[in-house]
Design a protein around this ligand. Structure first.
Ligand SMILES: *[C@@H]1O[C@H](CO)[C@@H](O)[C@H](O)[C@H]1NC(C)=O
Ligand SMILES: *[C@@H]1O[C@H](CO)[C@@H](O)[C@H](O)[C@H]1NC(C)=O
Ligand SMILES: *[C@@H]1O[C@H](CO)[C@@H](O)[C@H](O)[C@H]1NC(C)=O
Ligand SMILES: *[C@@H]1O[C@H](CO)[C@@H](O)[C@H](O)[C@H]1NC(C)=O
Length: 427
């Protein structure tokens, strides 16, 4: 099987058209090929470091003091030394939560308005994230809006990123008078405009970031998913000129252990499709995203965030409950500190860590996976708009149609935005 996305292309796939070469010549070619790869990487490495040395003389011998001089755009302070805002615990806070009311934010899609769809409990709205080693800065909507004056902010990804996008709009819209704001959708792009601020907060549907057969913003329920290699610009041209970008991608890759990758174009009559492991396919997308960022975003003026996997709660045995259940009727969170659900792939987190560790492109990670893993109580479950009428069988067994992927608003995703706020202003 061909694996065009492993670190080095496999010789068999590269040389498959030269099969008629003599065995000696073939061996020689393979040898030269590997030498070139081995040393080529070294050359790139040495050359790259020299380039960096010239453009930033402190980069090589950078003490922490020197690094601090290159402040990230939008930063106004910093998080306490040694505090990882993503490790902590949930605390009950009736005084300060929720940050807005469901009925007071008209932008929440009916798939996320749980109270309006009959959810009987509200406890999920009253939890605040408390990092272990510091406090989160208070979300300041006017600071955020002032910062966005004359700017564009965009979320790019799947429906979970859309949830975070809507949560941010809900956190900000109260400061803007009724006739000074609007939300419009044009195919894959949804744009919230704050007129007096000349600011937009946008969402762009691209569940794989790369081009795929699930790109239609409305009709995209496709089980036989295909992603096109090297196609980041197909969507990326719509992200140019954005000042703050927030990417996510995960759930759509979870179609099994392999992913179908299209090598040519979707218009080709005979499509060349290869299957690779989910991790290799995901790595390819991450690298494409980073390359796009390097070529299109100015690190002195813009910021880029990447949100890690949003966990789902589809299997109650994961948290030690009876088999066959899911998030339906769950109103309490999981208290096991090291809990990690079976449908949340550690190997994908590994790929994210590996790719971001290796890059020099400045990306801020929003590692929301662990803190969200506890929140089996925060999903929309059955309390959402149903697009088709429920069957008697479904009605008899509500767990069978509970949505344990998406999250009620207000709720968990407001915390993701508090973390985004913290990392934007106090990196
Ligand atoms: C919020 O930010 C604004 C600046 O836009 C500042 O004047 C105000 O004091 C801040 N509010 C709080 C509670 O920190
Ligand atoms: C409004 O913001 C855009 C960037 O989003 C900028 O190009 C334009 O110049 C701004 N217009 C005004 C009147 O400030
Ligand atoms: C806590 O969660 C971890 C990971 O999901 C699991 O291995 C462990 O058994 C759980 N501990 C308890 C006490 O349930
Ligand atoms: C995100 O946080 C989890 C839990 O703390 C950790 O295991 C994982 O390595 C982190 N991911 C990255 C990419 O740093």
């Amino acid at each position: 099987m061909k694996t065009p996305f492993s670190e080095s292309p496999s010789p068999s796939s590269l040389l498959r058209n030269k099969a008629r070469l003599s065995p000696y010549l073939f061996t020689l070619l393979v040898f030269i090929f590997f030498v070139a790869i081995l040393y080529g990487e070294d050359f790139i490495c040495i050359f790259g470091q020299q380039l960096q040395l010239y453009s930033n003389p402190h980069a090589f011998f950078s003490s922490p003091e020197r690094v601090k001089r290159h402040k990230l755009p939008f930063a106004i302070g910093k998080t306490e030394e040694g505090c990882d805002v993503f490790s902590g615990r949930w605390v009950w806070d009736e005084e300060n939560r929720p940050l807005y009311e469901e009925s007071e934010c008209p932008y929440i899609q009916p798939q996320l308005t749980c109270q309006a769809h009959g959810r009987p409990d509200k406890d999920y709205q009253f939890w605040r994230w408390q990092p272990n080693d510091c406090d989160l800065p208070k979300f300041n909507a006017s600071l955020m809006l002032e910062t966005l004056r004359g700017k564009r902010m965009m979320f790019v990804g799947d429906s979970l990123n859309r949830g975070q996008y809507v949560s941010l709009v809900c956190l900000l819209h109260r400061l803007i008078p009724e006739d000074g704001k609007s939300m419009e959708t044009f195919d894959s792009l949804t744009v919230f405009t704050a007129k007096e601020y000349n600011a937009t907060i946008e969402f762009y549907w691209a569940p794989f970031l790369l081009e795929s057969n699930a790109d239609n913003a409305v009709v995209h329920r496709i089980s036989d998913r295909v992603v096109r290699k090297g196609s980041i610009n197909k969507h990326g041209r719509n992200w140019k000129g954005v000042d703050i970008l927030v990417f996510n991608t995960y759930l759509w890759w979870m179609t099994g252990l392999k992913m179908k990758i299209l090598v040519g174009s979707f218009e080709d009559e005979a499509k060349e499709i290869v299957e690779v492991s989910t991790e290799d396919a995901y790595r390819m997308a991450m690298k494409s995203m980073l390359r796009w960022v390097r070529l299109n975003m100015d690190p002195k003026k813009t910021r880029v965030f990447f949100t890690t996997m949003s966990p789902s709660h589809g299997k109650s045995i994961d948290w030690g409950a009876e088999e066959g259940g899911n998030c339906y009727k769950e109103t309490r969170m999981i208290e096991n500190e090291t809990y990690w659900g079976s449908d949340c792939r550690k190997s994908v987190m590994g790929v994210i860590g590996e790719v971001l560790r290796k890059t020099k492109v400045p990306i801020t990670l929003l590692n929301i996976t662990q803190l969200s893993s506890y929140r089996k109580d925060a999903h929309t479950s059955i309390y959402k708009k149903q697009w088709s009428p429920l069957t008697p069988q479904q009605l008899a067994n509500p767990a069978s149609y509970a949505d344990c992927v998406h999250w009620c608003l207000p709720g968990l995703q407001d915390t993701w935005n508090e973390l985004l706020f913290a990392k934007l202003f106090y990196p």
